[in-house]
Design a binder for this molecule. Structure first.
Ligand SMILES: [Zn+2]
Ligand SMILES: [Zn+2]
Length: 308
């Protein structure tokens, strides 16, 4: 079968590879791409586990054994480590990662699969993975009405939509006019700069953005850091706001199985309109160039159809 295989930083090849082996084999119908895939292509990533490596972690398709339509979850928590025992599988110490959606077929443990409701298209279903991370991030926040999201990429827009659905007053901050227009279309307000807010979500993944998010928190406020910065980076945290203003700083990483199911339901029910976030449909051969292309204009996710 054909698969996109990483052989090193920025060395992506579409190759004939052996059929995948595992508990369940799924024929991939849509695999969406995100910033993590771009990082994996250009810089590598710890969870790739060395080269050559398959990637693609937002994957929906059809089980070869039962014909059932499924989302292939990108990880299975171990269930045994301290965070798992404490009910926090999103930060499991030894999850089994399930990568390889950019291929004609992918093998996955049964525990990684989520059945899809009729009517939810595969491209929309694949977006349940990033949307689940946003469901998780929302849970890491406070119940403040005044919420801001720094970053109008697909994650920032999904987060904003969840906040709007939850009845919050939401401001999305992005320097791209096209993304501000997208934010407004889903019910948020939009601006080029953060003000002062009770709840701030950072959805950019750059040190400067983390510092801006921190600086925007009102006394008693909460900042949730959703975007991962390059490894090894640090931010300067002034002690004053943490102590005198009791500002809460919280990370948000990944998601739980229940959050994935919640995301699938939101996409299937239309509360989150995935069409507004779907971008170009590309082949495996077009994937590398599409991931390398600088992000401009509207925030939209690439959709790979490996059968094309
Ligand atoms: Zn992703
Ligand atoms: Zn665990």
């Amino acid at each position: 079968m054909r698969a996109a295989v990483l052989h090193g930083p920025d060395d992506l090849r579409v190759e004939d590879v052996d059929e995948p082996a595992g508990e369940v084999v799924v024929e991939v119908r849509a695999a969406t791409a995100c910033g993590t895939d771009r990082k994996m292509l250009l810089r590598g990533h710890p969870i790739l586990g060395g080269y050559p490596a398959r990637f693609g972690h937002e994957t929906a398709g059809v089980r070869l054994d039962t014909g059932e339509r499924v989302l292939v979850g990108d990880s299975v928590a171990c269930g045994a480590c301290a965070p798992c025992a404490a009910g926090r599988p999103a930060i499991c110490r030894s999850p089994a990662w399930v990568l390889g959606g950019f291929a004609e077929r992918i093998a996955a443990p049964e525990a990684a699969l989520h059945a899809l409701p009729d009517g939810l298209e595969f491209a929309g279903a694949a977006m349940a993975e990033p949307l689940a991370a946003c469901v998780h991030a929302l849970g890491r926040g406070s119940d403040a009405r005044d919420a801001a999201v720094l970053g109008g990429g697909t994650i920032g827009l999904m987060l904003a939509r969840l906040l709007v659905l939850d009845g919050r007053d939401v401001l999305v901050v992005d320097r791209h006019a096209e993304r501000r227009a997208q934010a407004e279309a889903l019910g948020a307000r939009a601006a080029e700069e953060l003000g002062s807010h009770d709840l701030v979500f950072e959805a950019v993944g750059r040190v400067e953005a983390w510092e801006q998010a921190l600086a925007a928190a009102r006394p008693g406020g909460t900042v949730v850091f959703v975007g991962g910065c390059p490894s090894g980076t640090t931010i300067d945290v002034p002690t004053g706001p943490l102590h005198y203003d009791e500002v809460d700083l919280r990370g948000a990483f990944h998601h739980t199985r229940d959050e994935v199911d919640r995301a699938i339901a939101l996409l299937a029910g239309g509360e989150v309109d995935w069409h507004a976030l779907a971008g170009d449909e590309v082949t495996l051969e077009q994937l590398g160039d599409a991931l390398r292309a600088p992000a401009a204009g509207e925030a939209r996710k690439l959709v790979v159809d490996p059968r094309r």
